[in-house]
Design a protein around this ligand. Structure first.
Ligand code: ATP
Length: 371
């Protein structure tokens, strides 16, 4: 079983006061594909390198399988790494690059040949095994780097932004390839990226990090629909989530969310939560994604107590949808996703409805999701 366990792992570089990684607790299941996601400098690579043994840890424990690896050198941890810059040997052929790790482990020649051919078949690089890395495209080189990792069956794959040097189309292809490989081989994988689409499409679970601290560990669906705090809510989503600052008030027996431009009636469930917390006249931040606000007549009829009026400031057309940027009388602005059959022009006055069941409320001070 190649479960990977991190107990209170911390890292401080040299004399720096600030922690690069702080109190990191994580239990990665055998065969799981786990993604570390976060902005530049949040500690993703540092954590991965500590698991690999390429970086000392300042505190805590790391287990790979049942073994405490804190003091075990990288070569004895039985892991394979794939880096952003491929790190291929330029003077060796593709075949030799893939075979290298097996050769230094003194694997018999016929077994090496078998393993390289199998990896080459999976990655469809069999026709250029004799070439040198410089004679390959970026995508092909990346596949060789993957081949070098999968030629063995290690306890875990550790991948550090392996696709970031590829163009957009190749990234999408390689993304699918890595997932296919993972399904076929089933080796526990930690994958580092700052690209939320990559994380959402590839991860069984995502660890969202910020400033060395875990913000949330969950499946892509939960991360998207129930972000634990405003950082996660802002970081995830192709178009940013809309945030409104306002106050919770009870009027005529209904709990409503008031901004200076509009007010929206909470669902019964949200109202009960606010009542339980005795949060009348409480300042909160409401988050709602552009796809949960609509211009459709049916939606406006379904949510008559949750409409906002405003003017269309500008329209972003992305082919499948429009993103309308709406200004509510100079007091609030927000984005709405609309199907192309609903056509408004810049300057038009429009009414939109908020699917309040999808609205999230965050504590204004702690920025944590209210539940
Ligand atoms: P990126 O996506 O840019 O690679 P990251 O999330 O992988 O970022 P890390 O490279 O793990 O972040 O860095 C975490 C923090 O540790 C950063 O503040 C960084 O400046 C610091 N750091 C990283 N390596 C060193 C080092 N060798 N010496 C001192 N500080 C370092």
């Amino acid at each position: 079983m190649a479960r990977i366990l991190l107990n209170n792992v911390s890292k401080r570089y040299g004399k720096f006061k600030e922690f690069a990684v702080k109190d990191f607790n994580l239990d990665i299941e055998d065969q799981e594909f786990l993604v570390f996601l976060g902005p530049s400098g949040c500690g993703k690579s540092t954590t991965l390198r500590m698991v690999a043994g390429l970086e000392d840890i300042s505190g805590g424990e790391i287990f790979i399988g049942d073994t405490l690896v804190n003091d075990i050198p990288p070569k004895d941890r039985d892991i394979s790494m794939v880096f952003q810059n491929y790190a291929l040997y330029p003077n060796l052929s593709v075949y030799e690059n893939i075979a290298f790790g097996l050769r230094i482990r003194k694997v018999p020649k016929f077994e090496i040949e078998d393993a390289v051919k199998r990896a080459a078949r999976v990655l469809e690089i069999g026709s250029f095994l004799d070439r040198k890395p410089r004679e390959l495209s970026g995508g092909q080189r990346q596949r060789v780097a993957l081949g070098r990792a999968i030629v063995r069956q290690p306890q875990a794959f550790l991948m550090d932004e392996p696709l970031s040097n590829l163009d957009a189309k190749l990234r999408v292809q390689m993304r699918a390839e890595i997932i296919r490989l993972h399904k076929a081989i089933g080796v526990t994988t930690i994958y580092v990226t700052h690209d939320q689409i990559e994380a959402m499409t590839m991860g069984d679970r995502i660890v969202v990090m910020n400033r060395g601290i875990i913000q949330q560990v969950d499946t892509p669906e939960v991360i998207y629909n129930r972000p634990q705090n405003m950082f996660v809510a802002k970081f995830i989503g192709n178009q940013p989530m809309n945030f409104f600052h306002g106050t919770i008030r009870e009027i005529d027996g209904h709990i409503r969310f008031f901004t200076s431009a509009f007010n929206l009636r909470l669902t019964d469930e949200q109202a009960a939560m606010m009542r339980n917390k005795r949060m009348q006249e409480y300042e909160v931040v409401m988050g709602i994604r552009p796809e949960h606000i609509g211009v459709e007549r049916e939606l406006i009829e379904s949510y008559p107590h949750a409409t906002i009026r405003g003017f269309l400031q500008f329209n972003e057309f992305i082919g499948s949808d429009h993103y309308y940027h709406v200004d509510s009388y100079g007091k609030e602005s927000f984005t709405v996703r609309a199907h192309p059959r609903y056509r408004y022009d810049e300057g038009d006055e429009i009414t939109v409805a908020v699917d309040m069941g999808k609205a999230l409320f965050f504590d204004k001070n702690s920025q944590e999701l209210m539940t």
